[in-house]
Design a protein around this ligand. Structure first.
Ligand SMILES: Nc1ncnc2c1ncn2[C@@H]1O[C@H](COP(=O)(O)OP(=O)(O)OP(=O)(O)O)[C@@H](O)[C@H]1O
Ligand SMILES: [Mg+2]
Length: 268
């Protein structure tokens, strides 16, 4: 590869998403643009209902039927937003993996974690069955999940273990980009920090790009290179994490940070 070649990136340009089910139109994402390069972490923050999950789900085209999307989504320079189901399937898992919101509650109850991983390997990679156990062990080790947890059912794992299992699953096909929707929200603060550290160091080591959705601005600022702040479907501020968190320019970001300081003050 040419040393001066630009890094491979995931580029969203002028994306708008309108839900049209139930006869009511909801414009959930309005003319949003962002770019995440491999090896970098972008935090996407905003209050509940601001459109974060909608934006994330639009990348692998997992929004409900009838949702109207416009704009461009490019991965490694290729337009993927207009692909049909067969076309986008080649990108899901292998190039772009998603840890959906509530991932830890979306495992199939009667399948062990190893079976979940095995199904993904079978469906998306040409790895023969006899190689699955070894691959699952490798993924567990990457996600810092105890090996024996692979052979348990989802309800037999703690919240932190389930989130690590969701991470192992997302890594199964060695994607270039990881989209993680509130991957630590349901966890206690110590486990949140541990799981996020695992995700961040994996992203750095393996040169993946990460779009990290959270409503927790300090958490995102600590983990990310850059931050995007979303409000009512629009991006109101974007920039390097330390700039956005220390010298926010938009009144909404200032309000978010002031609210966090108030809560922190009350705790003391
Ligand atoms: N399937 C749907 N049909 C219609 N409207 C929807 C649908 N899913 C989400 N919305 C609406 O789109 C807007 C954005 O929702 P979204 O789930 O993307 O927000 P979010 O930022 O992820 O919120 P949270 O932090 O609570 O997860 C909200 O107004 C929501 O009610
Ligand atoms: Mg959400």
């Amino acid at each position: 590869m040419n040393g001066n070649a630009p890094p491979i990136s995931l580029d969203i340009e002028d994306l708008s998403v309108t839900y049209a089910g139930g006869g009511k139109q909801v414009r959930a994402v309005k003319n949003c643009s962002l770019s995440v390069a491999r090896g970098k972490i972008m935090g996407l923050v905003g209050e509940s209902g601001s459109g974060k999950s909608t934006l994330l789900m639009s990348v692998p085209k997992l929004l409900p039927a009838g949702t109207v999307t416009s704009g461009s989504i490019r991965c490694a320079g290729q337009e993927i937003s207009r692909l049909g189901e067969d076309g986008i399937n080649l990108w899901r898992w292998r190039r772009i993996a998603l840890i959906p919101q509530g991932a830890m509650n979306s495992f199939t109850p009667h399948l062990t974690i190893e079976r979940h991983i095995s199904e993904v390997l079978e469906r998306h990679l040409d790895i023969p069955r006899r190689g699955h156990a070894e691959k699952a062990a490798e993924l567990a080790s990457m996600a810092e999940l105890e090996r024996d947890a692979l052979y348990r059912y989802p309800h037999e794992l703690s919240g932190g273990q389930k989130q690590r299992a969701a991470l192992a699953l997302a890594l199964a096909c060695a994607p270039d980009f990881l989209l993680a929707d509130e991957p630590t929200t349901a966890l206690d603060v110590i486990t949140q920090k541990d799981v996020l550290e695992t995700i961040a160091s994996l992203v750095r080591e393996r040169g993946m790009g990460l779009l990290l959705v959270t409503h927790d601005l300090p958490l995102a600022a600590a983990a990310s290179d850059s931050l995007t702040v979303m409000k009512d479907g629009e991006f109101v501020e974007q920039g390097p994490s330390h700039e956005v968190s220390h010298s926010p320019r938009h009144p909404y970001t200032q309000k978010l940070i002031a609210a966090i300081r108030d809560i922190e003050g009350e705790k003391r």
